[in-house]
Design a protein around this ligand. Structure first.
Ligand code: GLU
Length: 474
């Protein structure tokens, strides 16, 4: 069992491609098969090395690894040309000399008649004299593959079941290569190239998005013409936006690196993308790792209908994944965010403690930025904070607290000590403990919400940032 992902490096790793990659990978792992990568970089104008890097990094980030050295399609052009030559030699393909202007005219006439646009096969069986005349005129030609209108193309799709396409629905004889002089073969095009490469890579199952259905019909015709083994096909449902249309660039974030930059975790992304089109077997939790999913993955549980992208669900899964992390992992993920703002923890333990304190309240890793601010910088005092510290009892309570803190030679303030200290001060000031806590929170954070008060206070005390904040409130 050998499957492949064949991304074109004409953009960043798109969520649709990443989901296709996952389904391929999960299927390979579930069957002890191999997952391969082929970079379809033959379109020289649109392919860019930075996109290849982005795709590779994105797949690696998601934990999708390949079993053989990736193939670069551009290095295989001779194989593609050879296949085209074979088809020409056998009369299964031919040169078409129609100019762009002529084709345009043909399409306009079709439009006027209300016909679907298609090539009218005008250069099939071209009279050799006419061909010579075209060549003498200096016309270039594309190579076209014959698709008979009456041909019936069928396959049993692992997701969609029995599929049947009529040759007449495939747009007329298909272009295999771009324009060139008649003694050359121009740049080979997608449908031909994919067949040649998949066959030579011994791909047993082609798993890709449903937008390739018509291509599959065309490709099967090419497999037959070249006498190659036809792989098994599985077409995965499209990812749709909230309005039920195909998710596109217009929907904002669509590339994996963008999700990563926003603070989504690799676990949640892989988990969520697997759920986009696949449903868990009965009794299995919706939160799973890719290896857990690989143990039970099958195309029987892949839906035909498009999968709606649901931000709430992704956010929920993201929070769940972060909440499972150890302090070490939290620190590893959060420290780059601190580093970007030049926030330096005084020592590793302090960083670990802060990361662990913030972890449970994060939905996105990037939420750590805003939530970390009061631990590194003096936060502004917001309206609710001001109201709180202006209360007479607050002032009284904070004054006593500051006195105590100033007296003691504080070398760190453990949580337990902090709790006792606050209890004692509230008694001494004759102020309710609740009010005392609220006032201290307002002093430390400048507002009435934030993480656990005593752990936060302890962390701030360890870097001597608590007393100055109480002082400024007095
Ligand atoms: N390069 C094609 C794409 O990115 C590959 C499709 C396929 O899997 O054959 O859409």
């Amino acid at each position: 069992m050998r499957v492949r992902l064949a991304p074109s490096p004409t953009g960043k790793l798109h969520i649709g491609t990443a989901r296709t990659a996952l389904f391929n990978w999960l299927f390979a792992k579930s069957q002890n098969g191999k997952f391969l990568l082929r970079i379809e970089d033959t379109d020289q104008e649109r392919s860019r090395e930075e996109f290849t890097k982005n795709i590779i990094n994105g797949l690696q980030w998601l934990g999708i690894n390949w079993d053989e050295e990736p193939i670069r399609q551009s290095q295989r052009v001779n194989h593609h040309r050879k296949a085209i030559q074979q088809l020409l030699d056998r009369g299964l393909a031919y040169r078409c000399y129609a100019t762009e202007a002529e084709l345009e005219e043909m399409r306009n006439a079709q439009k006027k008649r209300g016909d679907a646009p298609r090539y009218d096969n005008r250069d099939r069986d071209l009279d050799p004299k006419k061909e010579k005349a075209y060549q003498d005129e200096g016309r270039t030609s594309v190579v076209r593959f014959r698709i008979d209108d009456g041909e019936i193309i069928q396959w049993n799709d692992l997701v969609r079941g029995q599929m049947t396409w009529k040759g007449s629905d495939l747009g007329g004889d298909m272009v295999l290569s771009r324009r060139s002089q008649p003694d050359k073969i121009g740049a080979p095009l997608y449908n031909l190239v994919v067949v040649v490469d998949d066959a030579e890579m011994n791909i047993s199952h082609v798993i890709r998005g449903e937008d390739h259905l018509a291509n599959t019909a065309k490709q099967i015709a090419i497999y037959k013409a070249l006498g190659l083994n036809i792989p098994i096909f599985a077409h995965t449902p499209l990812i749709l936006n909230a309005e039920g249309r195909k998710l596109s660039k217009r929907d904002g974030v669509t590339s994996i690196s963008e999700f990563k930059d926003m603070g989504y975790t690799k676990e949640a992304m892989a988990n969520y993308m697997t759920l986009l089109g696949w449903s868990v077997p009965d009794g299995m939790d919706e939160i799973f790792t890719t290896s857990e999913a690989a143990q039970v993955f099958s195309f029987e549980r892949v839906n035909k209908a498009g999968a709606k992208f649901d931000w709430d669900k992704l956010n929920w899964l993201n929070a769940q994944s972060i909440h499972k992390w150890s302090a070490e992992r939290l620190l590893e993920e959060i420290s780059p965010i601190w580093a970007r703002t030049n926030w330096n923890p005084p020592d590793k333990q302090w960083g670990l403690d802060l990361a662990e304190l913030l972890g449970p309240s994060l939905t996105l890793i990037n939420d750590a930025k805003e939530q970390s601010l009061p631990f590194f910088e003096t936060p502004p005092i917001k309206d609710d904070g001001i109201k709180q510290i202006q209360l007479e009892d607050s002032q009284k309570a904070l004054r006593i607290l500051l006195e105590k803190l100033d007296q003691a030679p504080w070398d760190g303030l453990e949580e337990e000590t902090a709790k006792n200290l606050l209890t004692n001060c509230s008694k001494e000031a004759g102020v309710k403990k609740g009010l005392m806590m609220k006032s201290l929170r307002a002093a430390l954070f400048g507002q009435l919400n934030g993480p656990d008060l005593f752990s936060s206070w302890s962390l701030l005390a360890r870097v001597d940032k608590d007393r100055s904040r109480i002082r400024r409130c007095l």
